[in-house]
Design a protein. Structure first.
Length: 319
């Protein structure tokens, strides 16, 4: 998880009125960019595209396989984001075009359907009561009146049903289809933009933390003193404090995990000396691997990542 920077710069939009038109599937937020405070404007797309094309030529061999794969995938997807955003905006425009013709039809039918639901409830209630009252001599007359009411309700309901335009089902289905297309386009755009942008600040943070990571060697060196036959609760707390220091450095979960295992092997009354030594050795091993690749990658890759992130922050990185 990022601890010092936000994962994304979000761009809000105007809330649309379409959420009240269809009960499910209507977009909640416009995808169109709005003016930024101070008149800031996003960098032009060609400049961002050039940076992305340049990034595709980077040598990622100094990165661990997983980080290299994540970064390569992010760069590849970054190139597709402008097209996906254009598709999402076009899908939103299709809703705007269809809405004026669909809205009056929808509102009229919904009013009719509300009245029909009300009559159906009355039909159900009166039918049930009539059935209950017909079994008794002194209530059969009331039951008959209820049956007459039901007949009237049915006539009224059928009259309302007849008022629903013949084109309603087809028009409604078509509008829902337009909404579904917009939702899919918007979701695909946002997901791809996240996948294209998020790995950049995450990797940058790891590379910026090289010195902080190197300083953890001193914390690991303190742990040897706790490996002994007689341990205390105070020892446990002291090791936990070292774990917290390790956790403050991005990307050190494997180192912390080994230290946590070592601590559990040193619980008072249940000490496992050899297991604790093995866990400490693993912590050093993970630390050395992490430090080695970061020191190798940072001088060349960090400036490139910073330039790419700054160039696409308000295009690919903006949602």
């Amino acid at each position: 998880m990022l601890k010092e920077i936000s994962r994304r710069v979000f761009l809000g939009g105007a809330v649309t009125a379409l959420g009240t038109i269809v009960q499910a599937g209507a977009p909640a937020v416009s995808l169109r960019p709005k003016a930024r405070p101070g008149g800031h404007r996003a960098p032009n797309a060609p400049a961002a595209a050039a940076l992305i094309d340049e990034a595709k030529t980077w040598d990622l061999s100094t990165l661990p396989n997983r980080d290299a794969d994540d970064l390569a995938e992010a760069i590849e997807k970054a190139g597709t984001v402008p097209g996906l955003m254009a598709a999402a905006v076009a899908a939103k425009d299709a809703i705007d075009v269809a809405d004026p013709g669909y809205r009056p039809l929808h509102e009229g039918v919904r009013r009719l359907q509300a009245k029909i639901r009300d009559l159906n409830e009355k039909i159900e209630d009166k039918t049930r009561l009539a059935g209950q009252l017909e079994g008794f001599e002194d209530t059969r007359e009331r039951a008959a009146r209820y049956r007459e009411d039901v007949e009237e309700y049915i006539v009224d309901r059928d009259a309302l049903l007849a008022q629903i335009p013949a084109e309603w089902e087809a028009e409604h289905a078509e509008f829902v289809k337009i909404l579904d297309v917009e939702k899919k386009a918007r979701t695909t755009y946002r997901r791809t933009a996240d996948q294209a942008y998020d790995p950049l600040p995450e990797l940058m943070l790891k590379l910026r933390d090289v010195d902080a990571l190197a300083a953890l060697r001193g914390e690991l060196d303190k742990l040897e003193a706790f490996i002994r036959e007689e341990t205390t609760d105070a020892d446990q707390e002291a090791i936990k404090e070292i774990e917290d220091v390790i956790s403050d450095v991005e990307g050190t979960s494997k180192v912390k995990s080994a230290v946590s295992s070592m601590r559990r092997d040193l619980r008072p009354g249940r000490v496992k000396i050899e297991d604790a030594r093995e866990e400490l050795a693993e912590a050093y091993e993970e630390f050395e691997k992490e430090l080695a690749w970061r020191q190798a990658a940072a001088p060349d890759l960090l400036p490139k990542l910073e330039r790419l992130e700054a160039g696409i922050r308000l295009t690919v990185g903006l949602r």
